[in-house]
Design a protein around this ligand. Sequence first.
Ligand code: SAM
Ligand code: ZN
Length: 262
Amino acid sequence: MLDVLRCPDCGAALEPAGPDAVTCRAGHRFDLIAGRAPDLVRAVVQRDTPGQRAMRFRPLVSIYESIWRPLFTRLAGGTDPAAETDQLIEWLEPTVGATVLDLACGPGNTTRRLAAGLDGASVVGLDLSVPMLEQAVQATPDSSSIGFARVDAHTLPIGDATVDVVHCAAALYLFGDPAAVIDEVARVVRPGGRFIGMTLVAPLQPLGSIGRTAEQAFARLSGLRYFGARELEEMCSAAGLEGFSARSKGGALLFVAEKPGS
Ligand SMILES: C[S@@+](CC[C@H](N)C(=O)[O-])C[C@H]1O[C@@H](n2cnc3c(N)ncnc32)[C@H](O)[C@@H]1O
Ligand SMILES: [Zn+2]
């Protein structure tokens, strides 16, 4: 599971260094979160916002998968989160044994769903929040097909063109610079590989003008940045990802884009 991860200091491969750490050949050492997820963050690029702090707030983290995510998705007019991931998996026309990143994996809800739905895939859940990663490790049986690591999505410790799929759900609007993150996605995906995910474009839209006002106030207070399908398509295209296609259900937008070549 460490195969796809690289030392953020020198880019070398990582290997286990006892029960609590991993190391690279140059001796750079990284602690494991909850005994399984290497902490590969040297410097956080991500701006801290109330939305970011919420993702580190343990009471919320503990109910995220069971209550928060299903409720938020329903409020946004989407389907249930599991059906969402299944729809994205269908769009992948998956090949057996793909290397998949679940970027901003939270407590691993989408990571486990991807691993279950993609035959023989290796799925690595990546997140910035230590409490989310602790929860992910605790909720995920130790397996050679699922791993986790702490990263900042703006600087991925992953080699160029080394993964088949990057999945990112319910997180693009949390990133300080989503265009920079999508550039990183395009860098690590191999030619012919795909970027898939879900983003909320207007979560309270179904509530009409009151919903829109509440949404703008919420975005201001939380530091979230909502954007529409066209802006997302432009960011993908600027990053060199083509064939953007999206389907919306309420305020939830499921999308796929591909890196040209094969
Ligand atoms: C709402 S959760 C999404 C979890 C899961 N993907 C899902 O669909 O339910 C958003 C996650 O994005 C993570 N996140 C936010 N900014 C990040 C960044 N710059 N790098 C990595 N993860 C980030 C948060 O810590 C949080 O766990
Ligand atoms: Zn190193």
